[in-house]
Design a binder for this molecule. Structure first.
Ligand code: GTP
Length: 205
C-alpha cells in the first residue's frame, strides 16, 4: 500500500489547517482562510518505504460540492480528529465524529481492518483557558480506540510532525487500502499551498 489517505476532521476553528500547514511547511500561520475543501499531497519516506500521502482538509463553511462527513469517512484510511482544549463544544463535536467513524466501520463489511484514528487536543498553549481536561481526552481515546495527543500547532513543530508520521506509519501497516467510494473534490499542489500560506495576512495569536 503506497497511497495513504488521511482526513483531518473536527469542529470549526480547532486548528485543522494550522496542523496540516505546520506539518507540510514547518511554519505556523496565524490566520489561514480557506473557502474550499482541499487535498494536500506529500511524498514521504517511512521506514525506508516511499508513500504518497494525501491530507484532506475540510471546509467548515458551506461551499460548492462540499462532501458529507460520511463521504469523508469512507474516503480515508486514517483520521486525525481534532478538538481545541479551550473549547468544550469542539470536544463534543470530536466525540461525535469518533463515534461515527467507529459506527460506519462496523457497518462496512468490505473493510479488512479498522481505520487508524488519532485524537488530538490542539492549542495546548492555551492551557490557562482549558475547558477540556487531559484525562477526558484520554478517556475518549480509549473508548474510541484512538491514539491520543495534546499538542500545540502554534508552538511545536516536532510533536505535530511525529504525530503525522506515526499516523502514516500505522495506516500503512493497516493493510491494503480500501475501495475508494468517493473522493472529496478539490486538490492543491504544494506550490498552491505555499502561495496560500504566504499570500495571506499573518496574525499573531
Ligand atoms: N493559540 C493557538 N491558536 C491556534 C492553534 N492552532 C490554530 N490556532 C488558531 O485557531 C484559529 C483557527 O485555525 P485554523 O487552522 O484555521 O482552524 P480550522 O479548524 O482549519 O478552521 P476551519 O477550517 O474554519 O474550521 C486560527 O486563528 C489559528 O491561528 C494553536 O495551537 N494555538
Amino acid at each position: 500500500m503506497n497511497d495513504i489517505k488521511v482526513a483531518i476532521l473536527g469542529g470549526e476553528g480547532v486548528g485543522k489547517s494550522a496542523l496540516i500547514v505546520r506539518f507540510l511547511t514547518r511554519r505556523f500561520i496565524g490566520e489561514y482562510a480557506s473557502s474550499s475543501e482541499c487535498i494536500y499531497r506529500k511524498r514521504m519516506s517511512v521506514d525506508g518505504r516511499q508513500l504518497n500521502l494525501e491530507l484532506y482538509d475540510p471546509c467548515s463553511q458551506p461551499c460548492e460540492g462540499k462532501t458529507t462527513l460520511n463521504e469523508q469517512i469512507h474516503w480515508a484510511d486514517g483520521f486525525v480528529v481534532v478538538y481545541d482544549i479551550s473549547d468544550r463544544s469542539s470536544f463534543i463535536t470530536a466525540t461525535a465524529i469518533v463515534q461515527l467513524i467507529r459506527e460506519l466501520n462496523l457497518g462496512a463489511a468490505k473493510r479488512d481492518s479498522e481505520p487508524v484514528v488519532f485524537l488530538v487536543g490542539n492549542k495546548q498553549d492555551l492551557c490557562h483557558m482549558r475547558e477540556v481536561g487531559k484525562e477526558e481526552g484520554q478517556r475518549l481515546a480509549t473508548e474510541g480506540r484512538c491514539q491520543f495527543y495534546e499538542l500545540s500547532a502554534a508552538e511545536c513543530y516536532q510533536e505535530v510532525s511525529l504525530m503525522f508520521t506515526k499516523l502514516v506509519r500505522n495506516a500503512s501497516l493497516n493493510g491494503k487500502a480500501k475501495e475508494r467510494r468517493r473522493r472529496p473534490s478539490g486538490s492543491k499542489s504544494m506550490a498552491k499551498l505555499i502561495n496560500n500560506v504566504f499570500g495571506k495576512r499573518r496574525k499573531s495569536v
